[in-house]
Structures are given as C-alpha cells and as structure tokens.
Design a protein around this ligand. Sequence first.
Ligand SMILES: CC(=O)N[C@H]1[C@@H](OP(=O)(O)OP(=O)(O)OC[C@H]2O[C@@H](n3ccc(=O)[nH]c3=O)[C@H](O)[C@@H]2O)O[C@H](CO)[C@@H](O)[C@@H]1O
Ligand SMILES: C=C(OP(=O)(O)O)C(=O)O
Length: 452
Amino acid sequence: MATNDVLAVHGGTPLQGRIRVRGAKNLVSKAMVAALLGDAPSRLFDVPRIRDVEVVRGLLELHGVRVSDGGEDGELVFDPANVERASTDEINVHAGSSRIPILFCGPLLHRLGHAFIPDLGGCHIGPRPIDFHLQALREFGAVVEKTPEGLHLTAPNGLRGTKFELPYPSVGATEQVLLTAVMAEGVTELRNAAVEPEIVDLICILQKMGAIITVHTDRVIEIQGVPRLSGYTHRPIPDRIEAASWAAAALATRGDVEVLGAEQGDMMTFLNVFRSVGGAYEITDPRAPRAGHPGQEGGIRFWHPGGELKATALETDVHPGFMTDWQQPLVVALTQARGLSIVHETVYEQRLGYTEALNKMGATIQVYRDCLGGTPCRFGRRNFNHSAVIAGPSKLHAADLVIPDLRAGFSHLIAALAAEGTSRVYGVDLINRGYEDFEAKLAALGAHVERP
Ligand SMILES: CC(=O)N[C@H]1[C@@H](OP(=O)(O)OP(=O)(O)OC[C@H]2O[C@@H](n3ccc(=O)[nH]c3=O)[C@H](O)[C@@H]2O)O[C@H](CO)[C@@H](O)[C@@H]1O
Ligand SMILES: C=C(OP(=O)(O)O)C(=O)O
C-alpha cells in the first residue's frame, strides 16, 4: 500500500446531491473480452474509468487488439484485426489484479489455438475456485495445463459444443461457456446457468455479433455455434452495484442522493429491501418524467425519510435474489436500524470479515457458522462464518480502518461517513477497482474527505 493511500473522513454529514453511474463493472470488462471474438471492430459506450477496465485493456493490447478512444466520453473502440500471442512475462504483469483474465480462454483458443492465463485477482471473499470453468473448457475439447507461472490451454482438435450442467449457477463459469460456445462447432446446452442482468447483457452483445443463443426457462441456455462473429456497438447496462452502494450511503448518513443512470428493473430486489428497512426512493428515469423536468437525465433518488430504520432479515442469492455485492454496503445502514437484522450470505463463504471493523466503530454485529435463513446453503456445517446478526441502532464513532477488498472497502467508507469524528481509511485505492471517480463523487455529495 502506498504511504499516501489513505483518506481522512470527517463523518457526520448527510450525503446530499447527485452523482452518475456508468456501465456496469461486471459487464463492461466481459464486453471487452467479447470484442476479441469479432472479425471487425467493436464499439462500447459508457465505459467507466476503473482499474478492472485498465487491466482488461492492457491484456487486449498485449494480444494485438488496438484499443482507442471513440468520439464520446467513455467510448472505447476495439480493433481485433491482428490478434497475436503475447509473452507469458508480459501477461504476468497483470497477475493477481482481476478475475477477468480467466474469460480470455475461449476467445483466445478460437483466435490463436492457445491461451495463457495468469493468476487471478478479485476480492478475497472465499477461495473462489475455477473448477467449473476448467471442467467446462475440457468438455469443449480444451487441454489445460497448470504450471507455476499460470494456466496454458490448447485445443488440438478445435472446440466442440457440449452439454454441461453447472453444480452452482456461477456467473463467471456461465460467461466462460457463452464466450466459448458461440464459436464452437455444434450446439451447447448449459444447465443451471446464472442469469444475472450482466449475463443477459453479454448475451445481447454476442447476439449483435452474430451469435445464436436461446435462454430457456429453468436456467437452461442453448448456444448454436457459428463459424464467424462480427463486431458490436453497445451501451452497457448501468452499474447496479455502485447504484446500491450510494443508496446505502444515503441511508446510513441520513442523506438524499440521486443516482443518475440507475435503472429500476435490475434493482428491484434491492429496492424492496431498501423500502422495507425504511428508506425512501423515487424512480426519476426518463421513462418517468417529472412535471417541469421533461427529457432530463434521470435515475433513482434514494433518501432517509427521517425517523427510525427497521431491522430486516435477508439472504444473498443468485439473481433474481438479493445480490451478494449489495450486502456489505447495506449492512452499514442496518447498524442504524432498530432491532435485530439477520443476514445469511449464501454466495461466498468469507464475506463477513469486514464486520470486525464496524464493531470497532461501535456496531454490534455477531457472526455465526449456522445458516440463519430459510434456505440451508453450501456453507452450513462447513465452519464458515457466513451469517450475521446486527443489533441496532448503534452510534458509530471514528476509527482507523484498513480496506480489505472492494465492497468491504466501500462499506468502511460509508461507516466512516456516518460516524462521529475523523476516521483514517487506509488502502482506499482499492475502491478504484470498481467505483469510478469515487473521491470526486464524495465531494459532489458534500462529504468532508481529504488526502492527509
Ligand atoms: C467480475 C464479476 O463479474 N464478479 C462478480 C461475479 O464473480 P464470479 O463470476 O467470480 O462469481 P461466481 O458466480 O462464479 O461465484 C459464485 C460462487 O460459485 C463458486 N464457484 C465459482 C466458479 C467455480 O469454478 N467454482 C466455484 O465453486 C464461487 O467460489 C462462489 O462461491 O459474480 C459474483 C456473484 O454475483 C459477484 O459477486 C462478482 O462481483
Ligand atoms: C466480488 C466482486 O468483484 P470481483 O469478482 O471482481 O472480485 C465485486 O464486484 O463485488
């Protein structure tokens, strides 16, 4: 961590104002990988300036893809005319920085017959194995060799469509199958697929490129391989995790924040919980114009309507359930709710470690190994602290905090903003991995923060 990687946060001021979210971190980076599959340039709008985008851009450029800025702010153009092998040393510069490199497997195997994948990064919220990815790739005909420097993959007999059932609806493994199956020979049937909005948007992109993908009921996706794909032009779905994070910040600080660009459809489950704990929101998107504001850019306005927040019980789950990435920011707001809130984290086994820092600030959160929810999950009886009981309301006070990962980091930041006094938050640069210009946005919302 750099010595200046610290933010002094003077808490106690409600966040108020407007900020804007752009393309979703969890779609944009995959859309960039999809551009590798085309035989013509692709154009992507609303690309946020975040670390994951830089990493994927770097990897694409190493593989010969020309990446340039388009005419609009946030527009990137990818020209895959000269895709080529990159050296393992150069690729390894990006080792440990993101999870996206694993999705280069299928596209690179199609384009080059070989792929080298460095060690993955991403948030430390559980072991995060890639066994489903590798199993699926082997089913397609890939040969995977694990070496100390990373993964080498080849496809000596090409890639062929297959029938594959995921043991759990993994987002990344579903994307792996999609990005591989679209140009594999024959038909692929994927069962127990993830159907997150970011996946549906990736399917839209692939369809624009010429892919034939059918989403059946019951998490079944069928892909008919095609011999060539063209480029795409696409404006991605907005970042629903960032939008929910600002919503949680508004609630925890008793503030009022309009998130321009946020969309109701992909946030319905979050909105229901937000309202049931006592938060207020208004859909201000252009499809719901307000009198006197015709045609203005809209989104969702979130605010604390006064009075006390109410405790709730929630379980994180795959879509359409309550997203795991919403959990950490929302829990900070739950420390301000009267009564006992219960959170059962069913997607990652180790996503509650950040609650220790909240307790240090005055919160009362107890974590449990048991499944404290209606649905027993994969982690029950496996010794993982994956349920939490939050007793509130608690008065939060300032503390020195070290950011462990992206969403936990944002939750630390919200807690510092809601707390009385000045906190020092170390390792804040990690937040740039998924929150564009977060310091400028904090300033726009009236937060008192500074780099000491
Ligand atoms: C870059 C990106 O899009 N990240 C998102 C993506 O992560 P990511 O795609 O890594 O998450 P997955 O949906 O794959 O993981 C879900 C669960 O499946 C397990 N698993 C996954 C793959 C595998 O091969 N074996 C295995 O056991 C994981 O350890 C985890 O417990 O979806 C998660 C779930 O919505 C989000 O929290 C992340 O923000
Ligand atoms: C877990 C997350 O991301 P990643 O998969 O990139 O680590 C996240 O965005 O909250």
